[in-house]
Write a protein that binds this ligand. Structure first.
Ligand SMILES: Cc1ncc(COP(=O)(O)O)c(C=O)c1O
Length: 372
């Protein structure tokens, strides 16, 4: 049986190890696997993409596999060039990592210190925040506003007071699936305290449904004190392949570079290259499929008068009107795993958007547990 103790134990495990950041999702999943769970579990707990890697990436990986006995180091320079060019950047403006976890980690290493901590919105993705805390460095949190967007004025104010090294902001935000408007991001960038870096995590940037959402890469191109992180784990469906990158002006990239630990595998390199070559078709197709399924879930919730935060990522937060752990722990034995608990939003449950079939099962199990 999955108990609150096993779940909390996994969360504690993640918080305990300094190098655990990228393993948090695995720790959580491992905890849910404890006990006799149905074989046909629907996993809606880690914001993965059920479509998996694009077909062209599968082909590219199959082609390179027989030669994976070689390091292929001679290909990595071109890989950087092509990846950077895909976002109108120069190779020296990016840093590739084993998932965006690695480059977020490198940013924390490079821009925080025993005397310069982090200011972050709350709640948000725990990875960089917990890493900073695990280093024993200061973390100041600033609650999201009523609109669920970041309070940029307060973030800057706190960063000034604390002489923070990083302001961490996730846009769209995990777990709320909400957006901080482009004008607020611009204000934040223009008003950053000297030497404070805005670390803007755009893991879910492709899923927004508002003109208020805009990538901060423009600020990177203008040479501002901004680091943007991106991942191939979400819209590209490559979470298990571990690829992501940071974009920033070359001087900031150079500061982060020494803290990288991994060279991503040639299999992953080829998968990413194949995917970005077809991005103009892959991204809109995947986005349209996700938006359709997400809208259907929103309609279903509205029909039942269940409040939720307007979603802009491949997951959404539903207000279940009571401690969400009642549902979070009751659903896996019935075949559906949903996201972890995100205090202080105690009554909210995060669900990732899966296939239409996954969501039909979600609706059935959710409703039976919710009504019980
Ligand atoms: C906001 C955010 N950033 C970064 C990550 C790390 O993902 P990855 O290391 O797979 O790129 C996640 C994972 O779910 C996330 O939600």
């Amino acid at each position: 049986m999955l108990t609150r103790r096993t779940f909390a134990g996994a969360a504690g495990l993640a918080a305990a190890g300094i190098r655990m950041m990228s393993e948090m999702a695995y720790a959580q999943r491992a905890a849910i696997k404890l006990g006799n769970l149905p074989k046909d579990m629907v996993w809606l707990n880690a914001n993965e993409n059920p479509a998996g890697p694009p077909r062209v990436s599968l082909q590219a990986m199959a082609e390179v596999m027989p030669t994976a006995g070689r390091y292929h180091y001679q290909e990595y320079q071109d890989f950087y060039k092509l990846l950077a060019a895909s976002e109108d950047l120069a190779p020296e403006q990016i840093l590739v990592g084993s998932g965006s976890s690695e480059v977020l980690h490198a940013a924390v290493d490079a821009f925080t210190s025993p005397t310069r901590g982090m200011v972050a919105v709350s709640p948000t993705y725990e990875g960089p925040v917990e890493l900073t805390r695990n280093f024993g460095r200061q973390v100041i949190t600033v609650p999201l506003m009523k609109t669920w967007s970041a309070d940029v004025k307060k973030l800057v104010e706190e960063a000034e007071k604390a002489n923070a090294g990083i302001i961490y902001l996730c846009n769209p935000n995990n777990p709320t699936s909400s957006v901080t408007p482009k004008a607020d991001i611009a204000w934040l960038v223009d008003n950053l305290p000297k030497d404070t870096v805005a670390l803007i995590d755009e893991a879910y940037i492709h899923f927004g449904e508002t003109s208020q959402l805009e990538t901060a890469l423009g600020h990177v191109r203008q040479g501002k004190n901004v680091v943007v992180t991106r991942t191939f784990s979400k819209i590209y469906g490559m979470a298990g392949l571990r690829a992501g990158f940071a974009a920033a002006r070359p001087e900031l990239i150079k500061k982060m570079e020494p803290y990288r630990n991994n060279v991503i595998s040639i299999v992953t390199v080829r998968a990413v290259l194949a995917a970005i070559a077809e991005a103009k078709t892959i991204l809109p197709e995947r986005r349209a499929a996700l938006l359709k399924t997400r809208r259907e879930l929103c309609d279903w919730l509205r029909e039942r008068n269940l409040p939720f935060i307007e979603p802009h990522a491949n997951f959404m937060m539903i207000d279940v009107g009571r401690d969400a752990r009642d549902l979070i722990f009751a659903m896996p034995p019935k075949g559906v795993a949903v996201g972890r608990h995100f205090p202080p939003l105690t009554n909210m449950m995060r669900v990732s958007i899966g296939t239409d079939q996954d969501m039909a099962k979600f609706r059935e199990v959710f409703w039976s547990v919710y009504k019980a």
